[in-house]
Design a protein around this ligand. Structure first.
Ligand SMILES: Cc1cc2nc3c(=O)[nH]c(=O)nc-3n(C[C@H](O)[C@H](O)[C@H](O)COP(=O)(O)OP(=O)(O)OC[C@H]3O[C@@H](n4cnc5c(N)ncnc54)[C@H](O)[C@@H]3O)c2cc1C
Length: 241
């Protein structure tokens, strides 16, 4: 896929979420790929320029292997993301991103703005923070029905408060907090995106953020930066020693 086609591309995540690439630096119109922008930045160290395919790729791999990270900050991704608050709660801990969020004080929420999981995961026994396995059969179906009924009741009370003239900023106290979907704009450079992906694609990350990280990696990062992704997999994600 060409870098032009990546901009504006939207990928669905979870039941009602999505990620869209709004902008990329270097922009495809600049005529230099993201990988080459990284290599060219590194060559400034000794005032050189691109030396052609194989040598450029070898330099990029050298940078990744030796954690020479600043050239990777020369590439930037800007996304629009719709995700439930349970995902944002973890995402905003990454201080190297820039965010701008939809305002629940300004925009009223709609009834379908809540996350309903496809499956209920069981509490892991060996890790207090993790899940392991799934609840199957009627138990899961009952929980899903309960959850939807809970959302409907919260939303009914939210609307009731609005109708009584309560400000949106207060009426939202009735909404099921972790489940509500918000849309954000989120910008990050490739170095800090790799840090995020390393942590949030890992098995110990919560599923509801892992699927966003995985979607960013597969649908945007890899096609935009194929050499960088290859080096990232070799030296960071799956190092062999
Ligand atoms: C599986 C998992 C479980 C977690 N559990 C918890 C939990 O129980 N409780 C909890 O509070 N958090 C938890 N976190 C969040 C975690 O502690 C980090 O806040 C989060 O992953 C962001 O990582 P970061 O600070 O490296 O990233 P960023 O904020 O993007 O920062 C990137 C890097 O920049 C540097 N940096 C950025 N800001 C500063 C600064 N002010 N001072 C010094 N260096 C800085 C650091 O080197 C940092 O690694 C968890 C994260 C994961 C992945």
């Amino acid at each position: 896929m060409s870098e032009h086609a990546l901009i504006g591309r939207r990928v669905n995540v979870l039941d009602k979420g999505w990620i869209e690439l709004v902008d990329l630096m270097p922009h495809p119109d600049a005529g230099v790929s993201g990988d080459l922008a990284i290599v060219n930045a590194a060559r400034v160290s000794f005032l050189g320029e691109s030396k052609g395919g194989e040598r450029d790729k070898a330099l990029l791999f050298y940078l990744m292997r030796h954690r020479h990270t600043s050239p990777f900050e020369m590439v930037e991704f800007k996304f629009r993301v719709r995700a439930p608050l349970v995902t944002w709660w973890q995402w905003v801990r990454h201080r190297t991103w820039s965010f701008n969020a939809q305002s629940g004080r300004y925009t009223p929420f709609k009834e379908e703005d809540f996350y309903v999981p496809e499956v209920w995961r069981r509490q892991a026994e060996d890790n207090k923070q993790a899940s392991a396995g799934e609840l199957t059969g009627p138990e899961g179906e009952v929980l899903s029905r309960d959850l939807v009924a809970f959302y409907a009741e919260g939303y009914r009370l939210y609307e009731k408060a609005l109708q009584m003239g309560v400000a949106r900023e207060m009426a939202r106290l009735f909404l099921p907090g972790f489940a509500v979907y918000y849309t954000w704009v989120a910008k990050v450079d490739a170095h800090n995106l790799m840090h995020f992906l390393h942590l949030r694609m890992a098995d110990d990350a919560q599923y509801e953020i892992r699927v966003y990280a995985r979607a960013i990696y597969e649908h945007f990062f890899k096609p935009a930066l194929p050499w960088t992704a290859e080096a990232f997999e070799r030296y960071v994600l799956n190092p062999t020693g």
